[in-house]
Design a protein around this ligand. Structure first.
Ligand SMILES: Cc1cc2nc3c(=O)[nH]c(=O)nc-3n(C[C@H](O)[C@H](O)[C@H](O)COP(=O)(O)O)c2cc1C
Length: 202
């Protein structure tokens, strides 16, 4: 997509609404959501890219949702995924932190046994108002074929009002997410998507 007018700003709202076939109110709401700032502060190329995204989403008939990316990462691969995803989606990003920090040894013992037993370990309070989001993406690593324990802890706190996407990052990148999805569904949440990501692709 290329636009000729990077200096274009919110004062061109009427022209923008025509160009992108969006109501002025749609533009206002979307801009506040994406930029977390009033329309007047959203300017230039970023605004145009955002409007292009909105137009695409409207075309597909999907809604723009207020989205949170909630992630746990031990080695950094999930963090890289989560950061890129937050940027791409215009979502908030919040880390899940275990109260007792892991090292290379405790990730394996007791970590893998806790993961295999679907244990919930103590996590620090999540720094977000979970009820405020329409969509929550929970991302975390796979340990011994299961979600790392801190992911189970966060998954148990998800509000029933949000649509949940689960992203499991693993060495192999295959097929592990369904176990966590079953647990989250059993808890009464709506899981709309389960994504398995190979760590090497990050
Ligand atoms: C304790 C432990 C157990 C793991 N078990 C598996 C496994 O069973 N299958 C797999 O594909 N990858 C496994 N991995 C690899 C991680 O899932 C992969 O490196 C992931 O990207 C780590 O995410 P992170 O860097 O965000 O912590 C394991 C890693 C650790 C530390």
């Amino acid at each position: 997509m290329s636009h000729e007018m990077p200096e274009k700003n919110a004062t061109d709202i009427v022209a923008l609404s025509k160009e992108f076939s969006l109501d002025i109110d749609d533009i206002r709401n979307a801009v506040v959501k994406y930029f977390r700032a009033p329309l007047e502060n959203a300017q230039g190329g970023n605004l145009l890219i955002t409007l292009e995204k909105i137009k695409e989403q409207r075309k597909k008939g999907t809604m723009i949702m207020k989205e949170l990316i909630l992630y746990y990462s031990f080695g950094g691969a999930t963090r890289r995924y989560a950061e890129a995803r937050a940027q791409e989606d215009g979502a908030e990003l919040v880390e899940i932190k275990e109260v007792t920090k892991r090292n290379g040894f405790t990730a394996w013992i007791p970590g893998v046994f806790q993961a295999m037993g679907h244990t919930k370990t103590a996590i620090e309070p999540i720094e977000a108002d979970l009820d405020a989001y329409e969509k929550i993406v929970v991302a975390g690593p796979i340990w011994a074929g299961n979600a790392a324990p801190a992911v189970n802890s966060a998954a148990a706190l998800l509000p029933k009002t949000a649509k949940i996407e689960l992203v499991l990052v693993s060495g192999s990148g295959t097929g592990y997410g369904e176990k966590l999805a079953a647990a989250v569904r059993a808890n009464g949440n709506e899981v709309t998507e389960v994504v398995n990501v190979g760590a090497k692709k990050n």
